[in-house]
Design a protein around this ligand. Structure first.
Ligand code: ADP
Ligand code: MG
Length: 347
């Protein structure tokens, strides 16, 4: 079989690392990005710059590829659907539609008996006043939020400021006293056929992921339950590719699913160095219909995200042979921007 050329929508670090993984298994990639300086241009076989809603751009992109995947979930459903009519898009655009909205995402989890925090949809001040039982809580925009963007902590109704724009839709979520956060990264190839990475323990700073570690220090029942829920999610969605479920563990060891990322995930970056097959390679293999290779852990590992200025000293550092530094080659350092990461393996 001739290997397909894989189109990737989005040229940030996730698209770049996907392209890099593809290259290693001789899969050519075409990255489409609306940023002419996106890091993806350094990693893809071919790079196309253009707007996602521009017909000519999309046509050019489609002509270059055999199938399409994407690195982020905030691509308008209409565009993915349009592409899907010409070239197969995996994961299926319908899945993306369900998950890119925090309310339908959480409804889906609850319909499948997967526990989440308590939540309610909020469209105005009155909805808030009627749900004070969910305070202290987090008010989150239902769409387009990431890395804590579009989130407001409300201890009481007095914390509602003019900054909150009620022309947007929100969910109010009960605030959980977190003991730990974990994530399960899973790649589904087809029915009941997947590779699962053991739960990864995550530490966030200012709502942005800072550290990911394996193995996670969690009780066995939480390990089993989180893996079981992740399997249920991919089966129910008939998902193809890599997906991540983020979980909260509260002080009483209750487990809650927080959100689903229908894509490779920052917490899975350590798999590039800890496992024989990374989350990126598994994703490329699954969507391209290549053979599944049994995924095994080789090393324990810790990943540190380099955010904003954190990256500067690392650019001139010499590394030990158990340290792996990744520079996303973004043109500009910005506060709170993920610039790179380092993974330290424990031999
Ligand atoms: P994003 O889409 O920005 O990743 P999340 O819902 O995952 O949004 O929130 C980012 C982080 O904020 C979480 O990983 C967690 O650390 C914190 N957080 C979010 N929701 C809650 C909550 N209900 N209770 C406590 N902490 C929360
Ligand atoms: Mg999150």
């Amino acid at each position: 079989m001739n290997k397909p050329t894989l189109g990737i929508i989005g040229g940030g670090q996730l698209g770049s690392l996907l392209a890099d993984a593809a290259k290693k298994i001789d899969i050519q990639t075409v990255i489409l990005s609306d940023d002419p300086d996106a890091p993806g241009k350094h990693f893809a076989t071919k790079f196309i710059f253009g707007q996602y809603d521009d017909d000519t751009t999309i046509k050019n992109f489609i002509n270059e590829v055999d199938l399409v995947t994407y690195e982020f979930e905030n691509i308008p459903f209409k565009i993915l659907k349009k592409i899907n009519k010409k070239k197969k898009v995996l994961p299926n655009p319908e899945i993306n539609k369900l998950i890119q909205h925090r309310e339908t995402e959480k409804n889906f989890l609850n319909e499948n008996n997967i526990t989440t925090t308590k939540y309610v949809t909020v469209r105005n001040q009155k909805d808030l006043s009627e749900n004070v039982n969910l305070l202290p809580g987090l008010l989150k925009t239902t769409t387009l939020g990431y890395d804590g963007k579009g989130q407001y902590k409300l201890n009481t109704l007095d914390d509602v400021t003019d900054e909150i724009d009620f022309t947007k839709e929100y969910i109010l979520e009960k605030f959980i006293h977190l003991k730990k956060e974990i994530s399960v990264v899973i790649t589904r190839y087809n029915q009941n056929n997947y590779e699962i990475y053991d739960p990864i323990e995550n530490v966030h700073e200012e709502q942005i992921l800072k550290y990911s570690t394996i193995p996670s220090d969690i009780p066995d029942n939480i390990r089993t339950q989180s893996i079981e829920w992740a399997k249920q999610v991919v089966e129910k969605l008939d998902y193809i590719g890599t997906l991540c479920v983020e979980f909260f563990i509260d002080e009483d060891d209750n487990l809650y699913a927080n959100e689903i990322a229908p894509r490779v995930h920052n917490s899975g970056h350590l798999t590039m160095n800890s496992h024989n097959i990374s989350q990126f390679e598994n994703h490329v293999r699954a969507v391209c219909g290549l053979e599944k290779i049994e995924t095994k852990k080789i090393f324990n590992a810790k990943m540190i995200n380099l955010i904003g200025d954190d990256i500067t000293p690392y650019r001139n550092k010499t590394f030990n042979d158990n340290e792996f530094f990744y520079d996303y080659l973004k043109t500009e350092i910005k506060n709170k921007r993920k610039m790179g990461h380092i993974t330290i393996i424990k031999k």
